[in-house]
Design a binder for this molecule. Structure first.
Ligand SMILES: [Zn+2]
Length: 507
């Protein structure tokens, strides 16, 4: 008889410092999909749900599709949002009758008005429904603030091994393969999690260049080949979250007899993250440059081909940025830079104004800067409406290839020599289609502005003549001394005088 396997996704990276609560409408703007509708939406895509769908086919499972929910990072989920989506998944598990396994696609840094460890609470509730012996696995983003509760209730936490995250599909396939081995009695996985007294570490997980995270992952790959060790996951944490669990952690899925070895592996990897902690600090300090540096790079004469990409990293909606700060656009206009394109500025009211005026009209705009004027005032200017659309496109990849993205009603506004993709749903710039779908060829521009800190590199590094990451004063500031933590576990490095990674550590 075919195994009955529950498949569900519930993702959010919560920036608790954001003033914007996350609502059901925010999920609907990205996706909030019930049951069987998950299949046509994700079959053939390269995300985690696509990986689970293909695995269910491969192993001949009878999948029970619960729900798939994902929203752009922002503040804590409202109680209604959390309970509504949680209950879709729990109700599907209850209605399914006997379940043989559970495969989840989670983020690991979701916070709600009522839960600091939302994924832990979800896994615990599911465990209560399915019982202690049903294999349950979850994929996580490598920026998860993973917890002991998550590990206690899951048989494996399988985190991305790339940043930009281009291996969601592969991680789901890996998690599903472990489930199949557990179902057929070959494995009895347990999960161990260990977290040091560190707020940050492992170079924020960047894998685009040789360095600490790649070194750690290479070791994790070797450990995974040992007998009794199933999965070795490295989570680097998501800093902009005022909860007790923020920071890096190691999760090892192991066989019962390898529990001691799993602990040694956690300790070895944490020791290395601790030993190399200054690399994370210096990467953060040196990674960012000023907006003025970005403008200087835009003006510099060069023989190199392709656009200069200015990454407006501190307003990255992928980290909870408001996606509407204006200092970079303002500086480009003041400098008279032409043949530039900005992807994107969130400003639904201005989009509506452009839609009323129509393509070709000239309108007076007060663009962006509406969420928090302390991060840059609206840009007052005359703008020509170049294009209007519903803002829907399909990602070319490498990240999320094949997955549909929705910027909401969208207007391309030309201000001076700059085309601004003005949108109604906050969304990180990860794909060339942000521009291509709006009639803008990114390769033909001198300057591109992207609202992203790292993910954009997967698609944009191959076309860029140069990349400059700028600090425009947005909410995702690299200066952690600006963040006011109240719930964070203490003491913690680098905020306190900690000289031992296990000071107050939880394992
Ligand atoms: Zn991430």
């Amino acid at each position: 008889m075919a195994y009955r396997v529950l498949i569900a996704q519930f993702m959010h990276e919560t920036n608790t410092f954001s003033k914007l609560k996350t609502t059901l409408d925010d999920y609907r703007r990205r996706w909030l999909i019930d049951g069987e509708e998950m299949v046509p939406r994700f079959k053939g895509t390269r995300n985690e749900v696509g990986g689970y769908i293909d695995s269910a086919d491969k192993y001949g499972w009878t999948p029970v599709y619960a729900a798939a929910a994902n929203a752009t990072p922002s503040g804590a989920l409202t109680r209604e949002t959390w309970e509504t989506i949680r209950d879709k998944i729990l109700d599907a598990a209850k209605k399914a009758g006997k379940l043989d396994a559970v495969c989840l696609s989670l983020h690991g840094a979701m916070v709600t008005e009522t839960e600091d460890d939302a994924e832990g609470a979800l896994l615990e509730a599911l465990r209560r429904i399915v019982g202690p012996d049903v294999p349950m696995v979850a994929t996580l983003d490598l920026h998860a603030n993973a917890t002991v509760k998550m590990a206690k209730n899951a048989n494996a936490l399988v985190s991305f091994r790339t940043y930009p995250h281009i291996d969601g599909y592969e991680r789901a396939v890996q998690a599903a393969a472990l489930v199949q081995e557990a179902l057929t009695g070959k494995k009895k996985p347990r999960c161990l999690l260990s977290q040091p007294a560190m707020l940050e570490g492992a170079d924020h997980g960047r894998t685009t260049q040789p360095g600490e995270m790649r070194d750690l992952l290479a070791k994790a790959d070797v450990y995974e080949k040992e007998p009794g060790i199933n999965v070795v996951s490295i989570q680097v944490g998501f800093t902009w979250s005022d909860i007790p669990y923020t920071g890096p952690s190691i999760a090892v899925s192991h066989e019962p007899e390898a529990a001691g070895r799993a602990g040694e592996i956690c300790r070895a990897l944490i020791d290395e993250i601790w030993r190399r902690r200054d690399e994370t600090l210096s990467a953060r300090k040196n990674g960012y440059r000023s907006v003025a540096d970005g403008i200087a790079a835009a003006r510099a004469k060069t023989d190199k081909q392709g656009p200069l990409v200015l990454a407006d990293g501190t307003d990255n909606p992928g980290g909870g940025g408001y996606n509407d700060t204006t200092p970079v656009l303002r500086a480009l206009l003041d400098a008279g830079i032409r043949n530039a394109a900005v992807g994107t500025i969130y400003d639904p009211d201005t989009v509506q104004q452009a839609m009323k005026a129509g393509v070709g009209a000239e309108i007076d705009v007060e663009l962006g800067g509406h969420t928090d004027e302390s991060m840059g005032k609206p840009v007052k200017a005359k703008a020509v409406v170049k294009m209007l659309s519903d803002g829907v496109f399909r990602n070319d990849g490498p990240m999320n290839a094949g997955v549909e993205s929705n910027m909401g009603p969208t207007a391309v506004l030309r201000i001076g020599g700059i085309d601004v993709v003005t949108i109604s749903n906050r969304i990180q710039t990860i794909d060339l289609q942000t521009f291509l779908s709006q009639g803008i060829d990114p390769r033909a521009r001198d300057v591109l502005v992207v609202k992203s800190v790292q993910h954009f590199r997967a698609a944009y590094a191959p076309i860029a003549r140069e990349i400059v990451l700028v600090d425009s004063g947005g909410i995702c500031s690299p200066d952690i001394s600006r963040l006011k933590f109240r719930k964070l576990r203490r003491p913690i490095w680098p905020l306190d005088g900690v000289n031992d990674p296990y000071a107050g550590a939880r394992a």
